[in-house]
Structures are given as structure tokens and as C-alpha cells.
Design a protein around this ligand. Structure first.
Ligand code: AKG
Length: 293
């Protein structure tokens, strides 16, 4: 069901990974999606219309003021709650991470449109997790779960989200990952996000034909035109085969963002791009699924 037409979610000359798009009504026919993503049978899974247009409008309205007043400002936009990347590898800012998460949870408790976000997400993971136990990992120090997801806003001409893969992020946030009490499989985490708002032009997720096993770094975190392979060679992104994925508002995407290099293109329209996302993986014994941000 991969699509290559102009108005499709998945667009490119060649869709070299197995990214599929599934209508909500066909979800029950998609099988054990997380397992299929992990074993390489699938690389990306877009489920259409996890949220209705009205639900998305309600969530956006409820988010407006808190995003203005309480979200963390980043070079390319805003994040709410603050991502785990703020926690340093010597443990600073763990409290700030939790304060920001608590602010989001308090808002969710007061505002049904926002409460719907983690509830629907849990429902989604239970549906695609089939027989597995699904939960948010516990932080060892705090004895409570970490955040289940994060609202991400990208503004015009601030660069989008620079080329990366989840395995690189994981390496950069060793301390945070070491605090997860559960026995999570730390290799090749998956990424998920659902789309709340697209910009008019730009903001696509570009998927590169490059895997973590071959491409292991960048010259600096801000580098967005090239990466470095395992032999130390610089590879320019313009020379790498690529395709784009642009889920519509209400759609959710889960993909192999741990090993596959990708980036969010610069936002070119006045309307900011807004998503809610995080990461997901199995436990080491393969019996449970965890998701976090
Ligand atoms: O939330 C987004 O739009 C970007 C997702 C992403 O790049 C990731 O999960 O690694």
C-alpha cells in the first residue's frame, strides 16, 4: 500500500524502505505492527485518522495558551514537556524534566481535549501491540514513569529538525537511558509521532537510504548537510537516495527511526508544524512494549 502519487503521504522516486499507509478501519488486518517493524519486515507504518478533524481542532485550541506560556523554547520552535535531551550526562536537570512533565499532566487532567492525547496513544499502542503488555518506563531515581510523549512545534525558517537517527540520540543521552528501570531493548528504538498541524510548504520527514550500522555520526549536532560513515568519510545528503513522508493531521506514524537516518525539512509556510511524539521499543525478553520521550 505504499504510495508514490503527488498528494500521498509517502512520496519519492523510489520508496526503498517498506513504508505503508493504512486506513483506520484496516488496522486489525495489519498484524503485529511493532514486531514487524522490529524484525525489518516493515520500516514505517502510517495509520490514518487516529484522531478526527474535530478532535485535532480541540487539541490545538487547548494547547494554544500553554504552548505560549509554558513550553520550552528550542532553536527551531518549542517542546512541551521538555525533552529528555535537557538532562545532562552528569544528571543535571532531571528535576526540570519532571517539573515540565508534571505541568503537562496537570493541564491534561483539567482539559479533556488534552487528556485524550495520552489516552488515545495508549489505546493505539495496545491495538498495534496486540498481546503484549504496553506501558511507559519507570525512572529508577524518581520511582515514577517518564513522559509518554512530547508536543513539538517547528516555526518557519528555523531549520526544522536536523538530520539524525534515534540511536545517535540514545548515545547522546546515556544517563537518561541508564535511569530507566525496566529491561528495555536499547537497540534500534522506533520513533512515533502523530501530526496535529502541517505547514503549507516544507516540514516533510525525509527518510535517507542510510543506516546507523554504516553511518555513525556528524561533524557537529547542528550539521544538516552531511554525515560521517564508519570509515570517517563525509557523506553529503544531497547525494543520498531519499523519500519523504508527510502524515496528515490526525495520522500517526511509527517508523524505524533508531537505525534509519532522517530529518524534518525546514518549515517554509507561516503555519507552524505541530506533532506529538516519542520513542518505542520491546523489553529484552520481547514480551512487553515501552514508549517514552
Ligand atoms: O516529531 C517529529 O516531527 C520528528 C520525529 C523525529 O524525527 C524522531 O522521532 O526522531
Amino acid at each position: 500500500m505504499s504510495a508514490t502519487g503527488e498528494n500521498s503521504t509517502i512520496t519519492g522516486k523510489k520508496i526503498f524502505f517498506n513504508f505503508i499507509e493504512v486506513p483506520y478501519e484496516k488496522l486489525s488486518e495489519s498484524g503485529d505492527v511493532i514486531r514487524r517493524l522490529k524484525n525489518g519486515e516493515l520500516h514505517g507504518f502510517v495509520l490514518k485518522n487516529l484522531f478526527s478533524k474535530q478532535e485535532i481542532a480541540d487539541i490545538l485550541k487547548a494547547l494554544e495558551k500553554p504552548m505560549e506560556e509554558k513550553a520550552m523554547v528550542t532553536p527551531s520552535g518549542k517542546m512541551f514537556p521538555a525533552p529528555f535531551a535537557i538532562i545532562t550526562n552528569s544528571g543535571e536537570r532531571l528535576d526540570a524534566y519532571y517539573e515540565s512533565m508534571n505541568t503537562v499532566h496537570e493541564l491534561m487532567d483539567r482539559e479533556p481535549a488534552l487528556k485524550m492525547v495520552p489516552e488515545r496513544l495508549a489505546h493505539f499502542f495496545k491495538l498495534i501491540g496486540q498481546d503484549y503488555k504496553v506501558s511507559v518506563p519507570i525512572n529508577k531515581i524518581k520511582g515514577i514513569p517518564v513522559s509518554e510523549g512530547c508536543f513539538r512545534v517547528f516555526y518557519k525558517d528555523r531549520g526544522g529538525l536536523f538530520v539524525h537517527c534515534g540511536n545517535l540520540f540514545q548515545q547522546q543521552s546515556e544517563y537518561y537511558y541508564s535511569l530507566l528501570a525496566n529491561d528495555i531493548d536499547m537497540s534500534d528504538q522506533l520513533s512515533f509521532f502523530f501530526n496535529l498541524q502541517n505547514t503549507e510548504v516544507g516540514g516533510e520527514l525525509t527518510i535517507y537510504d542510510m543506516l546507523w550500522k554504516d553511518v555513525v555520526g556528524k561533524a557537529s549536532p547542528e550539521e544538516n548537510d552531511s554525515v560521517i560513515d564508519a570509515n570517517g568519510n563525509t557523506i553529503y545528503l544531497k547525494d543520498v537516495e531519499q523519500f519523504t513522508v508527510k502524515p496528515q493531521p490526525g495520522d500517526i506514524l511509527v517508523f524505524s527511526g533508531g537505525p534509519i537516518w532522517h530529518r524534518v525539512e525546514n518549515i517554509k509556510g507561516d503555519t507552524p508544524r505541530i506533532t506529538y511524539g516519542g520513542f518505542v521499543n520491546f523489553s529484552n525478553d520481547g514480551k512487553e512494549i515501552f514508549y517514552w520521550s
